[in-house]
Design a protein around this ligand. Structure first.
Ligand code: ATP
Ligand code: MG
Length: 564
């Protein structure tokens, strides 16, 4: 068995130094700074690993396509050269709007090489979310496909005067014509063909902007968090030690690059480590996912609780037909991971699912269950070495650290880790409000147990206040998920004239269960038995599906304000 990359957690914490971590990156030649794309791609070519596979792209309509680090270096060089020829300067922002295809990844890397800032738009967005993000981000260049352009961008183009250049990736599969480009758009294929295969990355200050990620918009308007090249230090360290990634690994991150996970851990971290990243262009489908894990011999798999719940809903059948001898580590992020899902990993793959916690703002994994430490089902794990976390309460402009374990408070991180966001673009005061007394305040409520493990309680804004008690929605959801009838659940506070709020829940039932009163009564009784009457849901509504953000997070605020 391959030993874990992080063997002694306590010792790693004691001896951690971000300076040492920084020194393990190559840096640009001749001390010209630090550039994420150099660390992710060119460095491996220089080190003699150009023939290793960087990416494997899978899709139903096209053949499996494998790209080596050398090919990726040449293609991203061409994009960088083409962007520079178009006048793109350091500090300019280049956006993509497309599905998970090679052109997205080479545009991201080419943009970073050119010293500009890259931002990915989720391809399922409609025109308004696209317009809002291009405007907030002051996009200068957008790379998209003709069909997405016509359906989603053409109607908003006039509202975006700063958007100078649209570049279209024509799709040979759908046979979209090369030479009939609309509205002065350029052809991606033509401009990169005209650019040379080599490109010298200009000197890059590690503190200069690199990536702009928008938050999921779970609690309100999405915020654009700006990250710098130095974030690579955290991407490498967490990829290696929290995800247990090594250069020889096949790795699959299921997140779309339209969200921070799909870039930090779908592109940057695996490539910096030198692994092979699988990219599936198709939507979720249980049979297909089990097939990929098995036939691509995935070693490390990073996914999300929503996906795990969907796999669980599909029953044990599809997994049982396949074998996964290569799979070594499974991790998840994005939402609370219930203990049943951790155990499902053991039943299905012989491996627990390791929860990790982080945010768009933190740029990388901050709290994790590590392969070598006890995986405590239901807990998010312990802070990554070098990360100082605390449970705090806001007291005006200062903070009170909550000492006693078992007491809930807001999760705070001592500021200064390399992948910390540097601003919210266009909203600097909102950025400043995230900090107090040298700490970054996450907006999440947590508890810390006597072993130093953190437990997610809920978002600060989602905490339910019922008859003088503070109830964390996830504590309710975790218990309701134990019931065999429950496929998905969300708990929230419903306004009440006497108790201020009562705990209410919406439940999605597993196939085979009917939305009838006997099931409802059974679930209410299960809640009361396991949680006690003060915390148990008083009302349960059955829904065919829960409302989700495009990135798969439950939109609690919609349920709170509905009449259900
Ligand atoms: P917005 O900030 O726009 O409301 P968002 O917070 O959902 O959206 P992201 O940055 O994508 O945007 O998500 C980070 C949040 O996701 C965390 O603050 C936390 O609430 C939740 N989250 C992430 N990982 C976990 C986890 N392991 N357990 C529980 N919650 C998690
Ligand atoms: Mg957030």
């Amino acid at each position: 068995m391959v030993p874990p990359t992080l063997v002694d957690y306590d010792s790693a914490c004691r001896h951690w130094s971000w300076e040492t971590e920084r020194a393990s990156l190559a840096g640009l030649p001749l001390g010209r700074g630090l550039n994420i794309a150099h660390e992710a791609v060119d460095r491996h070519v220089t080190d003699g690993h150009g023939d290793r596979l960087a990416f494997v792209f899978l899709s139903r309509s096209a053949a499996r396509r494998a790209i080596t680090y050398s090919q990726l270096a040449a293609l991203s060089n061409r994009v960088a050269g083409a962007l520079v020829r178009l006048g793109v300067q350091p500090g300019d922002r280049v956006f993509t709007l497309m599905d998970r295809r090679l052109e997205l990844y080479i545009t991201a890397l080419g943009t970073l090489k050119a010293g500009a800032t890259y931002s990915a738009l989720f391809s399922s967005f409609g025109p308004e979310p696209i317009r809002a993000r291009l405007e907030i981000g002051k996009a200068r260049v957008l790379v998209t496909t003709p069909s997405l352009y016509f359906r989603k961008v053409k109607s908003i183009r006039d509202a975006l005067p700063r958007l100078e250049q649209v570049i279209l990736v024509t799709d040979p599969v759908s046979g979209e014509p090369h030479n009939e480009l609309p509205d002065h758009a350029l052809s991606f294929a033509s401009i990169i063909e005209a650019a040379p295969e080599s490109f010298e990355i200009p000197p890059t200050d590690p503190q200069s902007p690199a990536l702009l990620h928008f938050t999921s918009g779970t609690t309100g308007t999405p915020k654009g968090a700006l990250h710098v090249h130095e974030a690579a230090v955290v991407h490498r360290a967490t990829g290696h030690l929290a995800l247990d990634l090594r250069p020889e690994d096949v790795y699959w991150c299921t997140a779309d690059p339209g969200w921070v996970t799909g870039i930090s851990y779908g592109l940057v971290a695996p490539l910096i480590v030198g692994a092979t990243a699988i990219v599936d262009r198709e939507d979720f489908e249980a049979e297909r996912w089990y097939d990929i894990l098995s036939s691509e011999a995935v070693n490390v798999w990073y996914t999300a609780p929503t996906a795990i719940r969907m796999l669980r809903r599909s029953g044990p059948g599809p997994a049982g037909k396949r074998h996964f001898p290569q799979l070594r580590h499974i991790a998840s992020v994005g939402e609370p991971l219930d203990p049943e899902s951790v155990r499902w990993g053991i039943e299905t793959f012989g491996l627990p699912v390791h929860d990790t916690w982080w945010q768009t703002e933190t740029g990388g994994i901050m709290i994790a269950n590590f392969r070598a430490t006890d995986n405590v089902p239901g807990s998010m794990g312990r802070p990554f070495p070098g990360i100082e976390a605390a449970v705090v309460r806001r007291r005006g402009r200062s903070l009170e650290i909550v000492d006693a374990s078992e007491q809930a408070g807001e999760l705070a991180l001592r500021s200064g880790w390399p992948s910390m966001f540097r601003t919210y673009v266009g909203a600097p005061s909102r950025y400043r409000e995230c900090f107090a007394d040298g700490w970054y305040l996450s907006g999440d409520l947590v508890r810390r147990d006597e072993n130093g493990c953190y437990w997610f309680v809920g978002r600060v804004d989602d905490a339910i206040q019922s008859a003088g008690h503070l109830v964390g929605p996830f504590e309710v959801e975790r218990v309701m998920m134990e019931h065999p009838a429950v496929a998905d659940v969300v708990a929230f506070g419903k306004p009440d004239p006497i108790a201020y709020e009562i705990v209410a829940a919406c439940v999605v039932l597993k196939t085979g269960y009917e939305a009838v009163d006997t099931v409802r009564l059974e679930l209410l009784a299960h809640g009361r038995r396991r949680l006690g009457p003060a915390v148990a849901p008083r009302e349960i509504t059955f829904l065919p599906e829960l409302p989700k953000t495009p990135s798969g997070k439950t939109l609690r605020r919609l349920l709170r304000h509905s009449d259900s």
